[in-house]
Design a protein around this ligand. Sequence first.
Ligand code: IPM
Ligand code: MG
Length: 371
Amino acid sequence: MLSAVTLPTMAIRVTIVPGDGIGPEVIGAARRAIEATGVRIEWDRREVGAGAFARTGEPLPSATLDSIRANRVALKGPVETPPASGVRSLNLALRRTLDLYANVRPCRLYGGVPSLYDAVDVLVVRENTEGMYTGIELEMGTRAVEELIGFIAATTGAVVPSDSGISVKEITEHGSERIARFAFGYARANGRAKVTASHKANIMKFSDGLFLEVVRRVAQEYPEIDFEDRIIDALCMQLVQAPERFDVLVLPNMYGDLVAELCAGMIGGAAVAPGGHFGGSDGRDLAVFEATHGTVPRLAGVNRANPVGATLSGAMMLRHLGETVAADTLETAVAEVLRDGNDVTPDLRAPDDDRPTVGTAEMTDAVIARL
Ligand code: IPM
Ligand code: MG
């Protein structure tokens, strides 16, 4: 209740994109939980995805991009890229258009979640705009491939087989520098002790090698944070064997994609893994929060989807907005519901546990009851 001296706080405007498949249900759940923390948010509902395409002919409407640019924060559900839209991936298009260069995927194992591990707390920082994801590709048998093969032969002497399909990987100095700064800055701001960079610099000297060189240089500006590097294959093995050895990981785009999913597999699956994409001058100007999972069409509309990834993404969003108490309270409430294990969706039930399960809405009610 407002006392006479309390000024009502301004509502924070946030773009909300329900998305496709299970998106509307999990984003609806996250929204209810966020509202129940008491933080006042004015939701600006926008569309991206197959639903948007069917209704408007635009899979990534400019009104949605404008809304995110204006509000600077969005909570987004998974989206489906309709093949007829001619876009390769709407997720990638959104991240590139807004230059959301840093993807943060915290992988923390909460008590009560079935997993092969006892303790995992790894934060994946993935470069989100370059590397293997340029989308620049030359198709086998085309004139462009033939010309490129000729150019490569002339400049390096290397012989590329004529029946090659070619994808371009690109790593820049400035791209490596900003993701490295973001990772160390995030580690510093969140009290993390160590950053591990991963790469295949022994094979790709001028792309991964450049990334490693730049991250090493940036590491020197953060003397209180330990720094190490691992070749990506060794990192995967060591993560699986001993995840407790790792804290913050910083990786080029595709390695980050793979390792984030690997780490999600250690904490109960993609459904419980939250995430945020950050951009702007220091990675604080623009942020889109979304879980790691996809649209899971077979679970759409039947109140079975796990709301944890989306809800924890909502907690990350609250933290980003400076609502630290609400963020902590929401994360703790989710952790308690998971630990208690009575009100969880079917995917969170270990095979030997025959307690009944609940739906998306009921699990969210249980989270709200603990706030
Ligand atoms: C992810 C997804 C996307 C990616 C796909 C859907 C293009 O796997 O968000 O991790 O590769 O980045
Ligand atoms: Mg992925």
